[in-house]
Design a protein around this ligand. Structure first.
Ligand code: GAR
Length: 201
């Protein structure tokens, strides 16, 4: 059994894609058992509740220090026997305790072709830069910003008459397609990591 926690800070369209995939195809022995948000207003929490998935929310501001916030997350993960953390638009960095404890068991989706356009505005930064090709990256999370080993990438073109809105739409469509697959491969034990290189068996 792979107990999955999805972390989301906002709208939660990737969470929804994961829930839909789970309902339709399943993740093998994996199951989303918890949705966590640092933002009590996140629409992602509503999506989880609608689908009868347990939710949990608290923010760094409600703790005395970042360390206490991270400890609370650590405790929550242990209480729920979490095996895999799936970051889906979680806009905070995880603390070192969690990164160490769940090394190679935390994955993230980033809306650009890493290592280009790291950070919180991947789509806009790529668009403003004027690149002709951008895309989506799913990667393991390490101590750095968007720097862990790459699991999957899919590229898409930016055409002359694309706008930021059409690029966003195209990026999200790719995200919703590849993220559930990455989670499925993980749950099936098909992701092999050697150094920085990932093989999908
Ligand atoms: C997604 O595009 C995701 O790739 C991005 O936030 C969006 C969340 O959308 N994540 C990052 O930029 C992380 N650096 P969602 O809430 O609708 O899933």
């Amino acid at each position: 059994m792979t107990n999955i926690a999805v972390f989301a800070s906002g709208f939660g369209s990737n969470l929804q894609a994961l829930i839909d995939y789970q309902k339709k195809h399943g993740f093998g022995n994996g199951k989303i058992v918890l949705v966590f948000s640092n933002n009590a207003e996140a629409f992602a929490l509503k999506r989880a509740k609608r689908n009868k998935i347990k939710t949990c929310t608290f923010s760094p501001q409600s703790h005395n220090s970042r360390k206490e916030y991270d400890d609370a997350i650590d405790f929550m993960l242990a209480q729920n026997n979490i095996d895999l953390i799936v970051l889906a638009g979680y806009m905070l960095l995880l603390g070192p305790t969690i990164i160490n404890k769940y090394r190679n068991r935390i994955i993230n989706i980033h809306p650009a072709l890493l290592p280009s356009f790291k950070g919180t505005h991947g789509i806009r930064d790529a668009f403003d830069y004027g690149v002709k090709v951008t895309g989506v990256t799913v990667h393991f999370v390490d101590e750095g910003l968007d720097s862990g080993p790459i699991i999957m990438q899919e590229a898409l073109s930016i055409k002359q008459d694309d706008t930021i809105e059409t690029v966003e739409e195209n990026i999200h469509a790719v995200e919703h397609k590849i993220y559930p697959l990455a989670v499925k491969y993980f749950c099936e034990g098909r992701i092999l990591l050697k150094g920085r290189k990932v093989k999908i068996l």
